[in-house]
Every structure is written in C-alpha cells, then in structure tokens.
Design a protein around this ligand. Structure first.
Ligand code: UD1
Length: 429
C-alpha cells in the first residue's frame, strides 16, 4: 500500500491550480442517466472516486469516453468526459461497487425517474458517522415511488412514472437535495423542495440540468421549484472549481507559511472559511487569477468555529482547520454539527504532539509551539489531508499510511505541493 513521506518546515511559495469539484462531478456524472443523449463534462478532476463512478455507470450500460488533451492544455487541466446513457441495460447498482462510495447511491433517482425502477445497494463511503439514506428515500416517496428494502438493497418502483410533490427536508441534506432534484426533473407536474441544501455543487448540477432542458428555479436558496418535463437532452457543462481543495491548500499555506496563488479558485464558494483564515492571521486577496493566500512571520491566532451547511463553515474543512489550530497561539474550539463521528483525525494529530480534548461534538485545541513528525494513518478522505497539513509544519519526517483515501478526493496532491517547495513524496509499497 502506498505511503506518503513528508519532511516538514518548508515554506510554500508559488501557484497551485485548483481542480474541478469532486462533489459536483459525481452528481453531474449521475445526471447523465436522465437522458439518452450525450452529456459532455469539462474540467473533471482525475480522482479515484470519478474512476469508480465510471465503472458503476458502465454497469448500467453507460458509455464514458475520456477526451484527449487539446493543444494549449496545461498539466493540471481537467479531463473532458463524454457520457452517453443511450440505452440503460441494467437498473441494479450492486453492493461491491456502491459500498465503496456513498454518492453512487444517488443513481437511484435518475434510474427511477427514467426507467421506472431501480435496485441499489445501501451505500458505504467514509466512516464518519451513520450517514443514513432515510431522507433520500423519503423524498422519492414524496414523488410517488414505492420503496422496499430487501437483502441490503433498496428496491424503488414507479411503474407509471414519478409525480411532482412537496419534499420537506427536516434537516439539510446535500445527497437528499440532489436526489429530489434529479428525480423531479422527469416527474409529471411541479415539485417543491423545502429546506433544500444551498451548496454551490447543488447550483452547479441545477445549472447543468437546466442546460439539458429541465425547468428549475431557486437552486442556491432553501426552496427549489421544479416543473417536470417529459425528456431531457444532452448538454455541455464545465464543472465548478473545488472549494474544499481550495480551502485545504489555503490552510496548508496558513500552516506552513509562505505565499501561494490558488489559481482558478473562487472566493464566493468558501467565504466562511476564508473569513476564519483571516481571523487566524492569514492574508487573503481575491484576484482575476484566483485567491492569493499568504502568512508571513506572525503566528496563528486561535478561532471558534461551528460547522454548518452552506454558507456556513464546511464540515469537509473541519479536520484541516483543526490541524492548523494545533499550532495556534492559544485555545480554539471547533464544533462539528453535521457528522457525529467526524473526529477520527484527533488521535492521529495527537501523534504529532497536538493537544486536543474532545467533549461531545466540540474539540478544544490548545495550540503548541512545535509539532514533531510521526507515522500516522489516514482514516477518511478529509481527515487524511489534515495529517498532511500537520506534517508540513512538523519538525522532521512524517509517514502518512493508507493514502488511498487521499486519492479519492485530491488530484496529485504531492505534485501540487512540491511545486510550491514542500518536501513530499509517494512511496509505493
Ligand atoms: C455531502 C458531501 C460530503 C459532505 C456532506 C455535508 C458529496 C459527494 N458529499 O455528503 O462531502 O461532507 O455533503 O456537507 O457531495 N442524513 C440523514 N438522512 C439522510 C441523509 C443525510 O440523516 O437520508 C444526515 C447525515 O447523516 C448528516 C447530514 O444529514 O448528518 C448531512 O448529510 P448530507 O448532506 O446528506 O451528506 P452527503 O450528501 O452524504
């Protein structure tokens, strides 16, 4: 199994290109199931999760063609996928594929909407809490689907098609909103989603669906209205930049010190995280090229942060912020309100000499003067990158084990950091 070796203490200077957003790419690829025409997605990141979803879609009969490089393409430009679900040959998404990535469960919505049936294994994904799918199923029932659970599979049926309805989410769910949105595009009549997730990736998917001919208004607010249409067309869509990758590298620079341009990043996608970084002492400037982040000299100031659905501070940056706060000049508190078990990085950060106490959903982090490199283990996608951030500022050598978690969500992390002066290398087993 691959490991990553990092020698800490180097400042970061230069440019880091930001890739397309994983969390938009996955539902966009899944939306291809809604049409028999070709959906062209540009700026798709090269990630293990994208490759896995390609396999899952392939199992339904979807052809995915990866476009070659064009003249003038840079080293980090995203890929172009031509996705065609002309004929869906199988409406079953099997356990061995779905159990490896939670978002693949979302195929249930377009399969049901277009084919009137779907059989999808209950999901897996990062072990960061129970992560049920009750709200996703509730939204499909609200559109007239019959749902049964049998042998670890969800059997969803709508033999006469889905019917528009009212979906009221008792809590904000990104996956629930994607599910309801996709299902409603092909339902007869009007659907209203209340308490919808407002994440930028929801807006990106809605924009793409609109290009495909869907009638959607209100994406990006907590009330989305969809008027069903009888069919959707192909379209061409460019995936928005990854705000979690952006925030992660911003925290890495704040941690290691230096001055880096996050090229292609959009500040409005992560304003709450940028505000926290400014409070912590980083300098941030938005330019035409992207976001420039610098921390020179001064220490890191402690912060008080509570994770929340967008536009609040994202749970997907919680672990990275905690790594940064391990070296703050004072005591920070970080409260995780989205996932109950998302603190597995705490014991790994302790190996660097970090002082963190957990009390329910709140972590108290007492900043220390120095961290020391250590062997650590990646436990989930975002937690694993928090260990990289800690290692960048730790004295000596760190080995991060189980790096396949990183490859699920960060495109060529070592290359991007090395280009800015970090000392990080992948050791193949
Ligand atoms: C998505 C993101 C993930 C991010 C999360 C929250 C993708 C591919 N993944 O995950 O990176 O951390 O949003 O921003 O976009 N819940 C239920 N019942 C349900 C569904 C969810 O109780 O049926 C709960 C979850 O356990 C969690 C909360 O709702 O406590 C939010 O989860 P949700 O927004 O659905 O997360 P995902 O869509 O899985």
């Amino acid at each position: 199994m691959d490991r990553i070796r990092i020698v800490g203490g180097k400042h970061l200077t230069g440019t880091i290109p930001i890739s397309g957003a994983k969390n938009a790419t996955l539902p966009l690829m899944i939306a291809s199931l809604l049409t028999d025409e070709t959906l062209v997605l540009e700026n798709v990141p090269r990630l293990a999760d994208v490759a896995l979803l390609q396999r899952i879609l392939g199992n339904h009969g979807v052809d995915v063609m990866v476009g070659g490089k064009r003249p003038g393409d840079g080293e980090y430009d995203g890929q172009t996928l031509h996705i065609s679900a002309k004929r869906i040959v199988d409406t079953t998404a099997p356990y061995d594929l779905v159990s490896r990535m939670r978002a693949s469960f979302w195929v249930v919505a377009p399969l049901l909407a277009r084919m009137g049936q779907a059989k999808v294994s209950l999901p897996g994904g990062c072990a960061i809490g129970t992560r049920p799918v009750d709200l996703l199923l509730m939204s499909l029932r609200a559109l007239g689907a019959e749902i049964e659970i049998d042998g670890g599979y969800v059997l969803a049926r709508a033999p006469h098609g889905l019917k528009g309805g009212e979906v009221v989410f008792p809590k904000v769910t990104v996956g629930g909103t994607h599910t309801a949105l996709m299902a409603a595009t092909l339902a007869r009549g009007t659907t209203v989603i209340e308490n919808a997730a407002r994440e930028p990736e929801i807006v990106d998917v809605a924009d793409c669906l609109i290009k495909m001919g869907a009638k959607i208004s209100g994406a990006g607010t907590s009330r989305i209205e969809i008027e069903g249409v009888s069919r959707l067309d192909g379209a061409r869509h460019r995936v928005l930049p990854d705000r979690i990758e952006t925030g992660t590298y911003a925290m890495a620079v704040a941690m290691a010190g230096g001055d880096v341009m996050l090229a292609g990043a959009k500040p409005e996608l992560l304003q709450s995280a940028l505000d926290v970084l400014v409070e912590a002492g980083a300098e941030i400037a938005a330019t035409n090229e992207g976001i420039r982040i610098a921390r020179n000299g001064a220490g890191i100031a402690p912060v008080e942060v509570v994770t929340a659905p967008f536009p609040g501070f994202p749970t997907d940056l919680q672990a990275q912020l905690m790594a940064l706060m391990t070296r703050a000049k004072g005591t920070s508190h970080i409260t995780e309100t989205i996932f109950e078990n998302r603190f597995m990085h705490v014991q790994e950060l302790a190996r660097f000499g970090a002082h963190i106490k957990l009390d329910g959903e709140t972590a108290t982090i007492e900043g220390v003067d120095r961290l020391k490199g250590a062997p650590v283990m990646a436990t989930d996608l975002r937690a694993s990158v928090s260990l990289v951030i800690a290692a960048l500022a730790a004295e000596g050598e760190t080995f991060v084990n189980r790096v396949y978690h990183l490859d699920r969500g960060f495109e060529r992390l070592e290359a991007k950091l090395n280009a800015c002066g970090a000392a990080i290398e992948r050791l193949s087993a």
